[in-house]
Design a protein around this ligand. Structure first.
Ligand code: ADP
Ligand code: AMP
Length: 217
């Protein structure tokens, strides 16, 4: 299955991607994670992306699309994938369609995760991420047993540079202006399914899986 997650920053895409990708038995491909790994390693790609990420802006399409093209060409993506954070504007969505058409088929389903802006700010200002395994935590809503240590792998947790209130507000504007048009783009294709992404993480996972059941193959 080829699944795309859409929703504002902080909707819980990365959190749910961990579980939904496991359920669908497909790789989770997060463009934000790939960019952050490149920034951390100081690669040319990371150096190109860093200033845009710090400002809460989208990395230019040429850079992002080439990166996704390369990632989707890897063996594990042949049988399907879960995309978290891509596409993020209409040009990216159109390129993805063309890319998949060449491989046969298209996107099977798009899961829209709906939360309001105040919840996003609450979630992102307390988000912590494991430097070692990438697992996502929250200081109040999903706290690790020991502060700043990942329960899963024992790795250190860090706060993302772009999770400052000012940058969060800007990312919400970018989402509204550039990313939210994807909702009607995919609805028009008849492959959009929306869920309420508020409430406990497990409840949201159940809703996501129930919504996707009819698309899974
Ligand atoms: P996104 O990938 O959409 O930006 P994340 O999955 O990183 O969002 O989640 C943002 C923050 O919100 C994280 O700190 C995460 O632990 C927390 N979070 C995710 N889902 C929920 C939920 N259902 N209830 C409360 N907090 C949540
Ligand atoms: P995320 O981890 O999805 O919140 O993404 C973090 C940052 O990475 C974004 O604010 C952008 O700067 C960049 N980014 C991730 N995915 C994309 C994309 N598809 N297009 C452009 N920039 C992206």
């Amino acid at each position: 299955m080829r699944l795309v997650l859409v929703g504002p920053p902080g909707a819980g895409k990365g959190t749910q991607a961990q579980y939904v990708a496991q359920y669908l038995i497909v790789p989770k491909i997060s463009t934000g994670d790939i960019f952050r790994a490149n920034v951390g390693q100081g690669t040319p790609l990371g150096m190109q992306a860093k200033a845009f990420m710090d400002a809460g802006d989208l990395v230019p399409d040429e850079v992002t699309i080439q990166m996704v093209r390369d990632r989707l060409a890897e063996d594990d993506a042949v049988k399907g994938f879960l995309l978290d954070g891509f596409p993020r504007n209409l040009p990216q969505a159109r390129v993805l369609d063309t890319l998949l058409l060449d491989l046969g088929g298209g996107v099977d389903a798009v899961l829209e995760m709906v939360v309001d802006d105040d919840e996003v700010v609450r979630r992102l200002s307390g988000r912590r991420t494991c430097r070692q395994c990438g697992r996502i935590w929250h200081i109040d809503f999903e706290p690790p047993t020991t502060e700043d240590i990942c329960d899963g792998c024992g790795g250190p947790l860090f706060q993302r540079d772009d999770d400052k209130e000012e940058t969060i507000r800007h990312r919400l504007v970018v989402y509204a202006e550039q990313t939210s048009p994807l909702v009607s783009y995919y609805a028009d294709k008849g492959i959009l399914v929306g869920i309420d992404a508020t409430g406990p993480v497990d409840d949201v996972t159940e809703r996501a899986i129930a919504a996707l059941r009819r698309y899974a193959h």
